[in-house]
Design a protein around this ligand. Sequence first.
Ligand code: SAM
Length: 208
Amino acid sequence: MKVFIERITTNHTFFMREVDHFNFFREKVLPYLCKVVRNKDLRIWSAGCSSGEEPYTLAMIIDEYFGNQKIWWDSQILATDISNKVLNKAVQGVYSNAALESLPSLWKLNYLNKIDKDKYEFKDNIKKEVIFRKFNLMEERFPFKNKFHVIFCRNVMIYFDEQTKIDLINKFYDSLELGGYLFIGHSESFARNETKFQYIAPAIYRKI
Ligand SMILES: C[S@@+](CC[C@H](N)C(=O)[O-])C[C@H]1O[C@@H](n2cnc3c(N)ncnc32)[C@H](O)[C@@H]1O
């Protein structure tokens, strides 16, 4: 079964994928959350995170955005995937020079250590922002105690039929705080009249 799951899923991912989402997150979502999040505990979920490029990018954006105010925030990124193989790579936080090419050079300097000619590893302060866990999005109930402020589930639902997608989107809705955001992949869609989400921008939805 494990080998089967690894085989049927595509884990392809890369840093800064669908970069307009990351810009929206920095320019619109974080300023909003700064104003409304009580206790300064920011909860973000990267669902279907593959080898970690998406959650680590979010961790760097958050760190850069908060700057020296970061110490007052208890931000946490939960990153889940069904595949052990990609999660093992993600936890290591080691990426090749080529994989990191699209990152601003300042990020490379601030957030990664060079380990040899071709490899870099995320510094501990970024690694500790991301919690990697195995989780199957097909689970009937989501086991999370607290609701999230933002969910990224991009380029995952391409494998799912319409009903499965709607069920999942509705579970995401229930798992979000009011005002929270859902990001899906640009090439993905779902029947909007079947959910309570409000469309905000391409592949961005909001619980209002
Ligand atoms: C193409 S990658 C997307 C990675 C990243 N979100 C992105 O947009 O670049 C899709 C990931 O979804 C995961 N996935 C597929 N079905 C899943 C399921 N039922 N539960 C959890 N993860 C799943 C795969 O293992 C794969 O790593």
